[in-house]
Design a protein around this ligand. Structure first.
Ligand SMILES: [Zn+2]
Length: 80
């Protein structure tokens, strides 16, 4: 009788442990998924379309100031 109850308690403990570790694992998976989603959102927010663009007075195209390249015209103020 005692041995049977002890076995049941062990089984119950094993089930609880399995549920607990499964829950913790699931939480970690959810957190990683959320973090990856946040990283993607940050990278989208950093996309060149969100930058301030400057207009080249010579060729009238809009350029990113950091990536400005000469368009080939003599009047173009950008180095290239
Ligand atoms: Zn230009």
């Amino acid at each position: 009788m005692f041995a049977f109850s002890f076995g049941k308690i062990l089984l119950l403990a094993a089930v609880i442990a399995a549920v607990w570790f499964g829950y913790r694992w699931w939480q970690r998976v959810q957190k990683v998924t959320r973090d990856e989603g946040a990283t993607l959102a940050r990278e989208r927010a950093r996309a060149p379309t969100g930058e301030d663009m400057v207009k080249c007075p010579a060729c009238e195209t809009y350029l990113s100031p950091k990536a400005a390249r000469a368009c080939g015209r003599v009047e173009c103020p950008y180095p290239g």
